[in-house]
Design a protein around this ligand. Structure first.
Ligand code: 2P0
Length: 340
């Protein structure tokens, strides 16, 4: 190790089977398996540079150009765990583990507006640190300590995060269902409905749901296991209709869980609901399911569709929301293979 700067670009992932609720708050272990697609980094990504130096007085971090406190427990956990791995793997001389680090991270999309910014951010940070400390083993479980969904951004293509059963979280890792070349026609169209910070963070929302929602219990036990198997099969067989149906049902159930929580909280807006209606109408008129929507913890839509459908859907969206043409981002070419 020397004082080199290591820079990494990490992709966003958008879940089709949602992670919502933890079985362990501290280790960030989920109640259920989740599945996502990792988007192309050319459109939405996080970029992080890290370096360590014997002359740095303290660990420091800058996010989107602004200096932030390093006291964030999750950030500290990630750094501690990476250093522990480096020590266990004897990947660098112990003296380097005493040097302080400087971290500089930025997103090219709205932070904390339900666009998976923490997923890309922590995946990026942990990968950059792993490069710095020459850690070779699977780092998805370390990214998970930063933000649960970050463990899925460590891989490209379609990814499954296994809830696992071990109390220490050792089996709560991400694995790839299919790589980025498997379904080259797949596209994602992100419709940015709002870019303001959400009122209820994912962490707070999922705790409230885990504490109060009966529907969440039902979902975890009876719905997600079958959906996860079925959507993995649909991905492997490139069955778009099945993939789309499960994706939409799971998004709807996740938002129903938010409403079933006490007090309830809502991420979708009227525009989100207009998009949902539009997609169902489009599929009905097409005579088959050609678009899927999914919404994370915010009002923004991610539409999954096949390449040949993109021009028609883009012009339809522009027609219905004429003033918002500067707000879309298209993506998901699956050109890239996870982190680089
Ligand atoms: C997901 N989301 O599967 C779900 C769907 C948002 C809606 O994972 O507390 O930021 O850091 O583990 O990872 C957002 O939750 O929450 C999320 P923490 P995270 O993508």
């Amino acid at each position: 190790m020397n004082c080199d700067v290591k820079t990494v670009i990490a992709p966003v992932n958008i879940a089709v089977i949602k992670y919502w609720g933890k079985r362990d708050e501290e280790l960030i272990l989920p109640l259920n398996d989740s599945v996502s697609a990792t988007l192309d980094t050319s459109v939405m990504c996080a970029k992080t540079s890290v370096c360590a130096n014997p002359h740095f007085a303290e660990d420091e971090i800058w996010l989107n150009g602004k200096k932030e406190s390093f006291s964030n427990q999750r950030l500290q956990n990630c750094l501690k765990e990476i250093k522990q791995r480096a020590y266990n793997e004897k990947s660098i001389d112990d003296i380097f583990l005493t040097w302080k680090v400087h971290i500089c991270s930025e997103n090219n999309f709205p932070t904390a507006a339900g666009l998976a910014s923490s997923a890309a951010g922590y995946a990026c940070l942990v990968t950059a640190l792993a490069k710095l400390y020459k850690v070779k083993s699977d780092i998805s479980s370390i990214a998970r300590l930063g933000s649960g969904s970050a463990c899925r951004s460590v891989y490209g293509g379609f990814v499954r995060w296994h809830a696992g059963v071990n109390p220490d979280g050792s089996d709560s890792i991400a694995t790839q269902i299919a790589d980025s070349s498997h379904w080259p026609q797949m596209r994602a169209l992100i419709l940015v409905v709002g870019d303001t910070k959400k009122k209820i963070s994912s962490t707070i929302g999922m705790k409230r749901s885990a504490d109060t929602s009966e529907l969440l219990k039902y979902r975890v036990q009876y719905c997600v296991p079958k959906r996860t198997d079925d959507i993995s099969k649909a991905i492997k067989e490139k069955n778009f209709g099945k993939f789309a149906e499960i994706t939409m049902k799971d998004s709807n159930q996740f938002h129903a869980v938010c409403m079933d929580s006490y007090p309830p909280y809502v991420y979708l807006t009227n525009i989100s609901h207009t998009i949902i209606d539009l997609v169902h109408k489009y599929n009905e008129i097409s005579g088959e399911t050609r678009i899927a929507y999914t919404f994370d913890a915010g009002p923004n839509a991610c539409l999954y569709l096949l390449e040949n459908e993109v021009p028609k859907v883009m012009s339809l969206i522009q027609h219905i929301f004429p003033s918002s043409s500067d707000k879309f981002v298209t993506g998901l070419n699956f050109k890239e293979e996870g982190l680089n």
